[in-house]
Design a protein. Sequence first.
Lengths: 159, 319
Amino acid sequence: MHKLLRTMLRVGRIAEPAGTAPAPSEAALAPTGSVQVRHVDAGSCNGCEIEIGAAFGPVYDAERYGARIVASPRHADALLVTGPVTRNLAEPLQNTYEAMPAPRRVVAIGDCARGCGAFAGAYGVVGAVGDVVPVDLEVPGCPPRPEDVVAALRELTGR
Amino acid sequence: MSAGEVVGAVVASLVQVVVVVVGAPYLTGLMRQVRARMEGRAGAGVGQPARDLRKLMAKEATSPEGASWVFRAAPLVLMSTVVVLAAAVPFVTTVTPVSGASDLFAVVAVLMLGTVALTLAGLDTGTAFGGMGASREVTVLALAEPTILLAIFALSVRVGSSDLGDIVEGALATPSQLFWPASLLAAVAFAVVIVAETGRLPVDNPSTHLELTMMHEAMVLEYSGRDLGMVELASWSRLAILLGLGVNLFVPWGVATSLAPAALALGVLALVVKVCVLGAALAAFEVFMAKLRLFRVPELLAGSLLFALLAVTASFFLA
């Protein structure tokens, strides 16, 4: 405990400066400053997951803009989907989307989610996220940088 | 009690309800903020839970297929128990409009009613996690409730009354009682129970996303929108209520014993300061804690029950 306390005092605050709030967009859910996020891996290589993890880590700290990852689609306002949609995950993805209470948004994270990326035309792939559920916001990149993930989340929260 | 006093007492109870229910989201925000700062993060700000709540209240509430009225009624039952507790327990003033409402046994029973309503709702959803969360919650409940009863009972022995208002008044009249072995032992037992009952570390992790480690969260996985907002507000209020009860029993200074407006104002101020300090301390303590393995939780709670039992024994032999 003593060691942990010393580390805390030595390191201090490592979150990077916030920068200016995003311009209001039509993807934003009313200006509430709060978005609960459910993440679905529809067949990703886990590169995007690492970047999402980093976005919610201490350095990028997406939570300070009012975004929070939750454990249930019932609690969620936005769905983060990564990877091309595989045959096995197409139905669960659809079910997850339908379990969310309105108003709801879908964010496609990474090139695979936007257009199947390297997996386009593979036998196990149904299509991009947009072919299964309506997509409101896209984050390009393979994988996208945590800054870009945070920027998309800020667009949703409006903070 | 004259008619004027009854009106005054009702107003004082309303003040308590407003302070507890409005203040609870900000208390949770403060605790999250303390934790965020200690982890090196910037944090979402003290007002974030209130923002979450405002958004949830504007969303539709969904109901899982096959869920009965139990599922829909549970948030209302839970919220009403919170309002009753906020009105009856001596937070701001020891004067209550209905005599007997702040009785120790009544308060613990109402506290339990809220938990049971939520566990039944967890079972009613028919999902694996709902049932698992409910069974875990009842395991904790079965050990935590007797401890609350025993710990406060140890304090009531010296006053000769099980009314929480009388206990707080007795402690204010003779503060030296607070340093008796019985009080100190009861304080330790009560502290563990607060942690267990409100689902904080090391018993339960309020920010977990892993269904297998959940207790409280697992029961409310199926709630959404308005219903979820009500469940969240009620859980935050229960945290505020238990912290408020704890500080007023063991650090009673500032609680009004009359209905004078100045005394009530001081009571509100004292309550807010004491609960915020205790909440921040609890959040800071949690940063150094890992969640206990589920099978170790009963050991922790049995230990606190032992402390409560010793407190009762001490109050009998050493008083």
